[in-house]
Design a protein around this ligand. Structure first.
Ligand code: PMV
Length: 320
């Protein structure tokens, strides 16, 4: 594809948006860390918030994140320009402006929406006119989960088996679910103690429990698709919750252990289980951090907000 064939701009400036996605069946562990090829497939939902990125020609390389100029020596800037270097000719200097509309303090990594928005903006800037499947393959090179942020709604990222990664891309499922809702229960917005890239590698290299992970995904992926197709909310919630806890179990068993949960995270899980026993159907999923993403039905939104006034509702209903 385009990697290796260096491009020149088709226009002076290009901008694009891409959504944040939350995995219901997680991606954890790579079979090739250079190409971000996953060991297993995964499935997510995209939210109506995300990242808008603009690219324009400039006198020197520069990066502006949420209105502030970022030093090019930060790990984020280095990763971003290393990605752009895969495609630009002669190191042509560029100004990258990126704005996240994820609520401040949400403690959400925005690398998925960030690399997907950047890939879309590069497509316009260089006049590539790629298909969503091709863009998904390219976004994956920036961050694995970015391959899923090229679409709205429910998205499956096929792990693929090819060594060049050309069959490892995401696709949108032809489903919508108006009642399904997502909210963030935030306990900390501090930078995570270990980033997901490093944590995944440590898990793959040292956790004996990681051997079970492909079996967990093989069990959960068909269940999740069935839940989405039949609008079986309990099945969706149970499967997402169990899948997230299994992912965390694999990393907790690594050496040294990786534990993203805070005491508040565990307390909130128990609270959720108590509410469920009392009949309020709410489930959680949790990524490489301490915050919970709650899954519930639109009809329970007000009840849930009275239980958790600080809950940040991201999406109430998935109408595509
Ligand atoms: O794409 P990365 O390197 O940010 O990894 C994402 C890992 C999880 O968020 C924990 C799971 C997922 O599938 O999004």
């Amino acid at each position: 594809m385009l990697v290796g064939t260096k491009s020149t701009p088709a226009i002076d400036k290009a901008s694009a948006f891409a959504p944040v996605n939350i995995a219901l069946v997680k991606y954890w562990g790579k079979r090739n860390s250079e190409l971000n090829l996953p060991r297993t497939s995964s499935l997510s939902i995209s939210l109506p918030v995300g990242t808008t990125t603009s690219i324009q020609t400039h006198s020197v390389d520069a990066l502006v994140l949420n209105g502030s100029s970022m030093p090019l020596t930060t790990p984020f800037a280095e990763r971003l320009f290393a990605f752009i270097d895969l495609f630009r000719q002669n190191h042509m200097p560029l100004l990258i402006t990126t704005v996240n509309d994820i609520p401040t303090g949400a403690g959400l990594a925005s690398s998925a929406s960030g690399f997907a928005a950047l890939t879309r903006a590069l497509d316009i800037f260089f006049g590539w006119n790629l298909t969503p499947k091709e863009l998904s393959i390219l976004a994956r090179l920036g961050s694995g989960s970015a391959s899923r942020s090229l679409y709205s709604g429910f998205v499956e990222w096929h792990a693929g088996t090819r060594e060049d990664g050309l069959d490892s891309y995401a696709e949108r499922l032809d489903e919508s679910w108006d009642e399904l809702s997502v909210g963030f229960w935030i306990f900390s917005d501090k930078t995570k103690p270990i980033d997901s890239r490093k944590a995944m590698q440590q898990t793959v290299d040292t956790s004996l429990l990681y051997k079970a992970w492909p079996d967990v995904v093989a069990r959960d992926l068909p269940l999740m698709k069935e839940a989405i197709a039949t609008k079986a909310f309990s099945l969706l919630g149970q499967t997402a919750e169990s899948n997230a806890l299994c992912m965390h179990a694999t990393m907790q068993a690594s050496l040294p252990p990786i534990i993203y949960f805070l005491p508040e995270t565990i307390a909130a899980m128990h609270t959720i289980w108590q509410w469920r026993e009392k009949g309020l159907e709410v489930y959680f999923t949790v990524d490489a951090g301490p915050n919970l993403k709650l899954l519930f039905l639109k009809k329970d939104k007000e009840t849930l907000l009275s239980c958790i006034p600080e809950l940040q509702i991201m999406k109430s209903g998935f109408q595509l």
